[in-house]
Design a protein around this ligand. Structure first.
Ligand SMILES: Cc1cc2nc3c(=O)[nH]c(=O)nc-3n(C[C@H](O)[C@H](O)[C@H](O)COP(=O)(O)OP(=O)(O)OC[C@H]3O[C@@H](n4cnc5c(N)ncnc54)[C@H](O)[C@@H]3O)c2cc1C
Length: 375
């Protein structure tokens, strides 16, 4: 299936960290009849990161001693080894993903945008409507990620702001001071990059994410961001405004005005930056899932849709109970869970997955993920 039409056992939608990592798991199981489709390129989301943005999770080539590099998407690879940096940029990481696709000879076809997915009856194949024709598949693994769907609503005038994901380089932004709405990882990343470029940034957040404590990195600023934020605040270039709920943004002459819930207003010469996160791509196939809430699909214990058998989700939108799988080192451990289900239904041996279990790449007992840092 090179031109993006035809029929395969499994279609993986998305050639990012999740789609490729899952594809390698199928390869390890000896499954051949699958396709990975991407509307853009291998690692497209990473290629779109602002030029200055770096991974917050560090890479280290620790495979030799049985610990997989935190940013590896599959066994026997390490971004630290292939790129040689601890905190890769998006472009560097995309190069690692391209190397993975090449090394494992993954069947990736780019330039194929999956527009909709339907199935007439549970015993029939899925029909994926794409910009290049229809594809039929027995199983669909959704790996479309979230970076391409910025969350741009939430208050009046949000459309006047510049979403974090639309910035290609912080150095190129005009102006001396920028307001940033949202103080989690992306907002803090923007503030640090602006400070580094000699500008000033004022960060507004309804809470104080920079002061949060706990042991789950999904809820906290990473140590990498925390340390750099500390220096940026010390330099006087970054101001943090916690407990500030932005209720609206409007044009004010040639500039902008932010209204806060407590009645205060804040003038800004340049468009404010929205660092309010992303909406998961699974919303494109919303009706094929039941939903826990607006953002996260309800999944079986095997990360399969609870209402559409044969449709699985891999990547950062996976939630199981209170567990958030937003980082690569977390969601990669669920590839084997999904692959195990598909292999069984295709009557393929699942023996290679024992190797995954031995290397911490098969997380099916979630009781071991409790908040457990003693000190
Ligand atoms: C600024 C930033 C910094 C981050 N830092 C870290 C970090 O340090 N460590 C970490 O673990 N995680 C980090 N993350 C999160 C990490 O990038 C994501 O969790 C990861 O990219 C998710 O991988 P994915 O394959 O699910 O999605 P993506 O990498 O976004 O890949 C999805 C792919 O699907 C394709 N696609 C989407 N929809 C369709 C469609 N309908 N048809 C065809 N193709 C489609 C896209 O083109 C894309 O290539 C960061 C994220 C951001 C935004």
């Amino acid at each position: 299936m090179t031109n993006g039409t035809g029929s395969v056992d499994i279609v993986i939608v998305g050639a990012g960290a999740a789609g490729l990592g899952f594809g390698v798991t199928l390869r390890h199981l000896g499954i051949e009849n699958f396709a990975i489709l991407d509307r853009a390129a291998v690692g497209a989301s990473f290629l779109r990161w602002p030029r200055q943005t770096r991974f917050i999770t560090p890479s280290f080539a620790s495979n030799q001693f049985g610990q997989l590099d935190l940013n590896a998407v599959c066994l026997e690879t390490s971004p630290a080894y292939s790129i040689g940096v601890e905190h890769p940029t998006g472009k560097e990481y995309a190069a690692y993903l391209q190397a993975v696709a090449k090394h494992f000879e993954l069947p990736v076809t780019t330039g194929i945008d999956v527009l909709s997915i339907a199935r007439k009856a549970p015993h029939q194949r899925f029909r994926l409507e794409t910009n290049r024709g229809d594809i039929r598949a027995r199983f669909v693994v959704w790996a479309g990620g979230e970076m391409q769907y910025p969350r741009t609503c939430g208050f009046q005038g949000a459309e006047l702001c510049l979403h974090y994901s639309r910035v290609t380089s912080w150095d190129d932004l005009a102006g001396g001071e920028r307001c940033i709405i949202g103080g989690a990882e992306s907002g803090v990343d923007a503030a640090i990059a602006l400070a580094h470029a000699g500008r000033r940034a004022v960060v507004f957040d309804r809470e104080e994410p920079w002061n949060r404590k706990g042991s789950d990195p999904s809820q906290l600023l990473s140590p990498f961001s925390r340390a750099r934020l500390h220096s940026a605040v010390e330099s006087g270039r970054v101001t943090l405004c916690g407990g500030s709920v932005v209720t609206g943004v409007r044009r004010n002459g040639n500039g902008y005005q932010l209204a806060l819930e407590d009645g205060e207003v804040f003038d800004s010469a340049d468009e404010p930056i929205l660092a309010t996160g992303f909406v998961g791509s699974a919303s494109l196939v919303r009706t094929l899932f039941d939903w826990r809430d607006e953002d996260f699909p309800l999944l079986t214990e095997n990360d399969e849709s609870t209402v559409t058998r044969g449709l699985f989700l891999v990547g950062p939108q996976v939630r199981q109970g209170n567990l958030v799988f937003c980082f690569i080192y977390k969601f990669r451990q669920r590839f084997a869970v999904v692959a195990n289900q598909i292999a069984r239904r295709l009557r393929v041996s699942t023996d290679p997955l024992k190797w995954y279990r031995r290397h911490g790449m098969y997380l099916d007992d979630l009781s071991c993920c409790e908040d457990a840092c003693a000190c």
